[in-house]
Design a protein around this ligand. Structure first.
Ligand code: BTX
Length: 331
């Protein structure tokens, strides 16, 4: 139709800016409602048109189509609060840093900070997290559970369960959890979780759950130090994966398990977690601040603490460590 043609011409001519519905309507000689209907149709055909309140519409260039825009996430998001308020950035030092600041500025529960690239992405214990532009999901979610701070580590496990299910829903690959915060596919790390909190001795004020997921990298895209230990969803699935779809599905499962946790406690989450965990029942080495301990990982406690039975039969509670699954697992 004439309207559609005019719309495409106007949008294409101004690829770098937003055009108001009013202006587009004037150029096409139709109503704003008609413009809106045509925009929706174009979107259904797979054309990415971003819209911003008060600014209007913008056609995303091919090179930008892969960005995860706020709209991409909101269209099809099946949650009531998680991921409903989105702060999207092209490049940041760390989404954790921004989420901490937003938490102090009273941002609502469910606020999601997401970036195309992190220049100083971080892991646990001041380690860095490689977060190249456009090929992964680098995001931080703000929750405000009314709980004592000792419960925070359980949220790392809860998040791991939600992520396993989100990935399996969309990619149809098998994902395993390595205590406490790694997701592996075929023994390579695809995702890391970093749970941080603002709290006093009694109560959590804010929980900031950082999620780093390799999505569309090829094996040769990884730096030397990661090429043998890391993988991406696309490598494992054999084709590109929509980051927006993964984010949506993650928010969906997270919200579901967050509600379950607040109603029923950690027990049902623990069962799910154990069904995805690879380390339980295996001979492992745990490297902690105080040195290494080897033995059988016998399970996790109700608190999410790892239990390790050493070769002398003594049981150790491991609160924080890197674990390695030993190649020669004894019977
Ligand atoms: P972690 O301390 O368990 O893992 C960090 C280790 O993982 C690094 O030392 C390195 O060996 C390896 N590594 C680094 N980058 C990658 C990668 N892209 N893929 C696979 N392995 C890698 C894990 O910490 C928690 C990571 C959370 C990252 C998110 S991203 C959004 C949010 N913002 C932020 O700064 N951190 C979180």
């Amino acid at each position: 139709s004439k309207i559609r043609e005019s719309l495409l011409v106007s949008l294409s001519a101004h690829q770098d800016e937003y055009l108001s519905g009013e202006q587009l309507a004037k150029e096409a000689g139709c109503s704003r409602t008609a413009i809106w209907k045509h925009i929706e149709e174009l979107r259904k055909e797979g054309i990415t048109i971003d819209s911003k309140r008060k600014k209007g519409y913008k056609l995303m260039q091919l090179s930008q189509q892969d960005n995860i825009t706020e709209t991409d996430i909101l269209l099809g998001l099946q949650t009531t609060s998680l991921g409903r308020s989105i702060h999207h950035y092209d490049a940041v030092e760390s989404t954790q840093k921004i989420a901490h600041k937003l938490a102090q500025e009273h941002a609502p529960e469910g606020t999601l900070v997401i970036a195309e690239e992190q220049t100083a992405g971080r892991g646990r214990m001041a380690r860095s997290w490689h977060s190249p532009k456009g090929s992964g999901i680098w995001m931080s979610l703000l929750l405000r559970p009314e709980l004592p701070p000792q419960k925070a580590p359980q949220f790392t496990l809860l998040t791991a369960v939600a992520l396993v299910q989100a990935i399996e829903d969309i990619c149809d690959v098998q994902v395993e959890i390595k205590w406490p915060n790694d997701l592996l596919i075929n023994n390579r790390k695809v995702t890391g979780i970093l749970t941080e909190l603002q709290a006093d001795s009694e109560q959590i004020h804010s929980l900031i759950i950082g999620i780093g997921m390799n999505v569309n990298q090829k094996q040769e895209d990884f730096p030397k130090e990661l090429v043998d230990i890391a993988t991406s969803l696309a490598i494992e699935k054999g084709s590109e994966v929509s980051r927006a779809a993964i984010v949506q599905r993650t928010m969906y499962h997270l919200e579901k398990y967050y509600h379950l946790y607040m109603e029923k406690g950690f027990a049902p989450i623990k069962l799910l977690w154990e069904s995805y965990a690879i380390s339980i029942g295996r001979h492992i080495t745990a490297r902690t601040f105080n040195g290494s301990i080897s033995g059988i990982a016998s399970g996790i406690t109700e608190e999410g603490v790892l239990l390790l039975e050493d070769d002398q039969g003594a049981v150790h509670s491991i609160y924080s460590a890197d674990i390695e699954i030993n190649p020669k697992n004894r019977e």
